[in-house]
Design a protein around this ligand. Structure first.
Ligand SMILES: Cc1cc2nc3c(=O)[nH]c(=O)nc-3n(C[C@H](O)[C@H](O)[C@H](O)COP(=O)(O)O)c2cc1C
Length: 366
């Protein structure tokens, strides 16, 4: 009996199944505003069969974007543009689909080129901006040296996260995911490899927890919030799965409803061991230590049986699909077919259901 299509309560909201679309930068925004690309992309993900669609890393301030093409929620124009894209997505979404946005600040990895223009730091003729971080040390050799945030700067960013969360609530999102991973600002505070401050913000989890509390206070109780966290820095002396489980507990006590366990990217020195479901053991460790917290697993989960196995065995409550959903934007429909589960399709496309398409099973490749 598969469990991938069981409903899931995430704090106050209910996802119709255990599949999420992982946040994926599209690098297609104009000064943080969603574009026509998003009007196509987000509705496409909304019709994937996933119960929760989490939108890409979205800068809480202009300088918090990774690239000039990143989405933002720091202006009224941003809010208007994203509202339009979300409304388009809701118009085609399968019943009950939840929408989340990943609020982020890129810290010392901001001011970067979009990947297909190099992916490195912006050069002087590419309109770079000053980056900020817990310490005035660059991400890697050659990268710009960030400004070390002072107390007022940290406080201002906590307020920016809360303000962006308020905008997300007004637009109509159900879920907020705080980006605390991948070497961006909150991860820089969390990792002992980066945060060597001697003031109160040198307490590794202090800033991310304050952000969480401020965001929780800025959104209605009908919304869920949580974070993408690091299961491992993949470097000696960095964050370990045990640290991740402990931090997830701190988030839970701060009121978070879920965590999504990723890893890596705090330093180019990380030696990530990639393979099918390579981050699932981290999610499982976090789940074991925090049975009351909704835990999502991500990373090379590509196959329906594999996804169902992770959920059915209790290693995680939910799985997130990234690249697999870009490749097959009906990933959820395919998974349902493979697991013998019926899901609702939009009435306009209802005749694509195998049972209403006699002979379909015969002409489909095995
Ligand atoms: C195009 C692309 C953009 C991404 N952007 C983000 C992002 O905005 N925030 C984030 O936390 N992870 C981001 N990721 C990582 C994915 O969310 C996911 O964790 C990763 O791709 C592993 O899952 P997968 O093997 O199913 O793709 C991105 C990945 C891809 C492929």
């Amino acid at each position: 009996m598969p469990h991938l299509f069981d409903p899931l309560a995430i704090g106050p909201v209910h996802a119709p199944n255990r599949i999420a679309i992982a946040p994926m930068c599209q690098y297609s925004s104009n000064d943080g505003c969603a574009s026509d690309w998003h009007l196509q992309h987000i509705p496409m993900m909304a019709m994937s069969g996933a119960g929760l669609v989490i939108l890409e890393a979205t800068g809480v301030e202009r300088a918090g974007r990774i690239t000039h093409g990143c989405l933002g929620l720091y202006s009224d124009d941003n809010e208007r543009a994203l509202r339009r894209a979300l409304e388009a997505a809701k118009a085609v979404a399968l019943p009950g689909t939840l929408f989340g946005v990943q609020l982020a600040h890129a810290g010392r990895k901001a001011s970067s080129q979009i990947p297909w223009k190099g992916g490195s730091w912006l050069r002087p003729d590419e309109d770079p901006w000053r980056t900020s971080a817990p310490v005035a040390e660059p991400f890697a050799e050659g990268w710009p040296v960030p400004v070390a945030l002072d107390d007022a700067g940290v406080q201002r960013l906590i307020d920016s996260f809360a303000e962006a969360a308020g905008r997300a609530a007004r637009i109509g999102f159900d879920v907020i995911e705080l980006h605390m991973a991948h070497g961006y600002l909150m991860h820089e505070f969390l990792s002992p490899l980066v945060n060597r401050r001697s003031d109160k913000w040198g307490e590794l989890s202090r800033f991310p927890l304050e952000v969480g509390r401020a965001v929780a206070a800025a959104i209605p109780k009908t919304m869920a919030w949580g974070a993408r966290i690091t299961g491992s820095d993949w470097i000696e002396g960095g964050i370990t799965p045990v640290d991740a489980a402990r931090f997830a507990g701190e988030l839970r006590r701060a009121g978070a409803h879920f965590v999504d366990v990723s890893s890596g990217s705090v330093s180019p020195q990380a030696r990530v061991q990639i393979g099918p479901g390579y981050q699932v053991p981290f999610a499982a460790e976090v789940k074991r230590a925090n049975p009351d917290l909704v835990v999502s697993a991500v990373g090379l989960i590509v196959d329906a049986q594999q996804a169902d196995g992770i959920v059915s065995s209790g290693q995680a409550d939910q799985i997130a699909i990234g690249r697999g959903a870009l490749d097959d934007p009906r990933w959820g429909w395919r998974a349902a077919e493979k697991l013998g589960v019926e899901i609702t399709r939009p009435p306009q496309y209802a005749r694509t259901a195998p049972k209403l398409w006699p002979g379909a099973a015969l002409i489909r490749p095995a």
